[in-house]
Design a protein around this ligand. Sequence first.
Ligand code: GCU
Length: 396
Amino acid sequence: MHYRIILLIISWLAFLPGYGQDKPELLPELLVSKDGKTIRTSNDWTNVRRPELLRLFEDNIYGQLPQDFDSIRFELERQGQKAMRGKAMLKEVDIIVYRRGQSVRIGLVLFVPANTSKPSPVFLLINHREKDNTDPSREIKRAFWPAEEVIDRGYAVAAFQVGDLAADNPKTYDQQVLRLYPEQLKQDNGMKAIGAWAWGASRVMDYFETDKDLNATQVAVVGHSRGGKAALWCGAQDERFAITISNDSGCTGAALSRRKVGETISDVNTKFPHWFCTKYNQFNSKEEDLPVDQHMLLALIAPRAVYVASASKDTWADPKGEFLSMKYAEPAFQLFDLAPLPIEEQPPVNTPVSSVHLGYHMREGGHGLELYDWKQYMNFADTYFPSISSDHYINK
Ligand code: GCU
């Protein structure tokens, strides 16, 4: 009798949101193209499946990322001012992009290690929090952007404010980049704020490619939470970024939508109508109708590197869904002979795991970007960057 009741409870639990959806067969097929062809080679991935998936994310979730503009100008507000007791040089750069008589200005804060003659690898933070998190004077220091620690590890460290691209506000998000691309506002798959932030990171990369102090083939883009959603979209489409880092990005970031654990598509679209394209609303409470899920976004980063981090108490972001997303993205990396994560189950707290191209950890504690997270990202980069000097790295 007891045994039957237990069985009944177990089968009932399987139908609750959050259970049962772990199974990959409930996700859209990563390695089957729209016309039913099985993707077996890296060539087919690159030429068939990747473009098709990018299009699906663009049309249904993040909106288009227009790359046409008339010109771009870099104004060095401050060139090579000594900082951090001589360990770094501070550069503040205005990146100004022009299109059809309109312009947008992105303010970049950049510290470069001073005591090296080699171009430095860089960590770029998409900052959606207050500007003082990335204080160029270093009077204010926050773990959210631990510039001194990053410099001490031999990396350059940079940041820009999302508000320069699109205000994080449903009423005013269209006043910066979207003035350059007003046609986007009229389309179901037009970009909104998250797309604009990702677009901004690509314009910063345009600058990095011109700065002789930097190694633009070794750039990691980092975003926390809503910034992590933008970092993933940026890393998925712009192949110049060597490492993409998602910190607690949750719903429509790293977490699988079909699990419906923590924040759902309907939650995010209702509270933040200015983040994703209009079409995405069609999937409110209809996750199963989406032609993609978020593991496919991580897969789009192959064969470059991706690191996903969760925090144990950040249930809103569904840590397990973030981990599973990584696992289900692995087949795309394996097409390039790149090793999967060396574990099958989500690791315990504070136990980072990585192969060369994939990294994951779950920090103990709540939602946030902390020094612990940054240390893991730098450890990962320490291994990854030397590995990509070899020719399997695809940098277009
Ligand atoms: C809210 C939102 C999340 C987002 C987070 C953040 O919690 O629901 O989707 O990631 O804010 O940006 O901190």
